[in-house]
Design a protein around this ligand. Structure first.
Ligand code: ADP
Ligand code: MG
Length: 348
């Protein structure tokens, strides 16, 4: 007995220590992990913050690799900067030659068509030839106004109705020699596809940003809804014009203050009005749109930006889109928002 007690008492400290350790591991609630991923894609950067619950198996490094792969795949479908992308090849197909395309490309062409139709072709992915002429496409840039004849020729190739879509066969054919440019929707689409990837792993709290366009859901690492700042549309004057909180969906901004060139003090935006063939010139500095998906928000933001502060605002009101406008006024800015936007406003 004594021996036994002695033996036990000798062994017990080790035993107790290991038991405590076991209890701590078993009983302490497992912590959420926060993954922060980033990289480059589509000529810009992306950032992802995800709050990962204990039951989610995927590790941060694996997810980073998968995100990069997904984005690479999207680029290989949609980029006009990759000579053998699916889109570049489609752009080379002759007129009236039906071509079967991948489901992602078909989906984005279909969504683009819908947004062209509802915006009276303010958003039009066939602006490619004009974008190139103005020096904002894959071809080398010359910071000058293009020749009028070339502009007229390019404009004759523009028109979303010149693309025919057959959903049953996933077939695309063009009735005019159009050149498709998905730059105004692809970043939003990329954010949506990453959001789907995260959700596939059971991650429900995330913020995905690709080149400023956002897909988000759930809560931030602080345990509250994500707070997003709509930027002051001035490179000199940084800051947040309006903070918003969106439970789930897409947010995109289209503005004239980042990608433009100037000749003789005149600013030429990379957003082209397909009707005139010229870059937009009105006083709208930026418009931010909240929609179900980032792809929709991205395309709608470009559409409203083309339409400008009055017609764009009217479109948002008529279709109940949540949109926030920052308008140049003398040396400063004024803002206005569609009624649907107000529910998302928060104080920072
Ligand atoms: P922003 O964030 O300012 O809207 P995006 O990158 O989303 O910028 O879209 C601008 C790009 O979209 C241009 O560089 C051009 O390639 C293309 N684009 C320009 N005008 C139009 C238009 N009216 N419709 C669709 N795409 C356009
Ligand atoms: Mg856009």
């Amino acid at each position: 007995m004594r021996v036994l007690i002695k033996a036990t008492s000798k062994a017990s400290p080790v035993y107790l220590v290991s038991l405590c350790f076991f209890l701590v591991v078993a009983c302490a609630p497992e912590q959420d992990r926060v993954y922060r991923l980033e990289g480059r894609t589509m000529g810009t950067t992306y950032h992802i913050t995800a709050v990962v619950k204990p039951g989610v198996a995927v590790g941060e490094n694996t997810l980073q690799i998968e995100v990069d792969k997904v984005l690479e795949d999207i680029n290989q479908v949609m980029s006009t900067y990759i000579a053998d992308s699916e889109l570049s090849l489609l752009n080379q197909v002759s007129v009236n030659q039906p071509t079967v395309v991948s489901q992602p490309l078909f989906n984005i062409l279909q969504l683009s068509r819908e947004i062209s139709a509802l915006s009276g072709a303010a958003f039009d992915i066939t602006v490619g030839p004009l974008v190139n002429l103005w020096g904002f496409g894959p071809e080398a840039r010359e910071d000058k106004q293009p020749d009028e004849n070339l502009l007229a020729q390019a404009k004759a190739r523009v028109g979303y109705k010149n693309i025919q879509l057959d959903a049953e066969r996933l077939q695309v054919s063009k009735t005019v020699d159009v050149a498709i440019d998905l730059s105004a929707i692809a970043k939003g689409y990329g954010a949506d596809v990453i959001a789907e990837l995260l959700e596939g792993y059971g991650i429900v709290d995330y913020m995905v940003e690709v080149g400023g366009e956002i897909a988000l859901a759930g809560e931030s690492p602080k345990g509250v809804g994500w707070r997003i700042g709509v930027e002051q549309p001035s490179l000199a004057q940084t800051g947040v014009a309006q903070a918003i909180s969106v439970p789930k969906g897409g947010i995109a901004t289209s503005g004239d203050y980042r990608n433009y060139f100037e000749v003789d003090g005149r600013r030429f935006s990379h957003t082209i009005d397909p009707k005139t063939g010229y870059p937009i010139t009105h006083s709208l500095a930026s418009v931010t749109v909240i929609a179900k998906t980032a792809a929709e928000a991205d395309a709608l933001a470009t559409a409203i930006n083309v339409l400008g502060p009055e017609a764009g605002y009217q479109l948002a009101v008529d279709h109940k889109f949540a949109a926030y406008f920052i308008i140049r006024h003398k040396d400063s800015f004024v803002t206005k928002a569609s009624p649907e936007f107000d529910q998302y406003r928060v104080k920072l």
